[in-house]
Design a protein around this ligand. Structure first.
Ligand code: URA
Length: 238
């Protein structure tokens, strides 16, 4: 993530309400759009539709939509903020420096990347990696909801403040909400610090590690074993 992040500033695009017109398939209010997404019954179909999305202005400033990747029936879903430059270039979530750290965190907690699903609150890279604004988050939110309805993950990790606000409470603060389970619909949501925040501030490493231990413990409680353990690969105890 760049150091120059914020809701405004050079390179910031106005929100979708400000002079942006989506093509007809992607236009409309959140409820109508959520209704349209009901037509897609698999992640593959939903992703195929999302790739053409022009619902907000972000699409005009990035290379492409980064839909997400992982096991389509993963019981653990990780949600970040939005693609960065590397993710935009490669079309995959969390493959830059923050992604490398996320892989190490997952591995230390006993999860393999192939067993979980990873995506973001917004599917298009915000210019200069700025924080997506409320309108952009709202425009993309139906995809996240439909993804969760299709996958039905029992556990969702909200990586950072944007994911916390999109998944739990728009006014919540990550410093206060992290490390506690939040019951949202039929899911358990655990907010934690974003890996990019850990890269900027090493004191966040321990709390994130503790949060992922909570994820590991709940996963075992709910499902009996971690995917690697169930596959006979053996736990990666920390
Ligand atoms: N940061 C995010 O929030 N998501 C990514 O995919 C990469 C970096």
């Amino acid at each position: 993530m760049s150091a120059a992040r914020g809701r405004t500033g050079p390179g910031a695009n106005p929100g979708p309400a400000e002079g942006w017109e989506a093509s007809p398939d992607y236009a409309g209010g959140a409820d109508a759009f959520a209704e349209r997404l009901q037509a897609f019954s698999s992640l593959e179909k939903l992703g195929g539709f999302a790739l053409g999305c022009t619902r907000c202005r972000l699409r005009a400033g990035c290379k492409g939509v980064v839909f997400g990747e992982g096991h389509p029936r993963a019981r653990l879903l990780l949600v970040g903020e939005g693609p960065g430059a590397t993710e935009d270039a490669l079309g995959r979530p969390f493959v830059g420096r923050a992604g490398e750290l996320l892989d190490r965190i997952l591995e230390a907690a006993g999860f393999r990347r192939q067993d979980v699903y990873i995506s973001n609150v917004v599917l298009c890279r915000p210019p200069n990696n700025r924080i997506p604004d409320d309108a952009e988050i709202a425009a993309c939110r139906p995809y996240l909801q439909r993804r969760m309805d299709i996958m039905r993950p029992g556990i969702v990790v909200a990586l950072g403040a944007t994911a916390l606000r999109a998944l739990v409470d728009a006014r919540a603060r990550v410093t206060q909400a992290r490390g506690q389970w939040h019951r949202v619909e039929e899911r358990w949501v655990l907010p934690t610090f974003h890996p990019a925040a850990v890269l900027r501030d090493a004191t966040k490493k321990k709390p994130v590690w503790e949060d992922f231990q909570m994820v590991r413990d709940l996963y075992r409680r709910l499902y009996g074993a971690l995917p690697a353990e169930a596959a006979g690969v053996g736990p990666a105890e920390g």
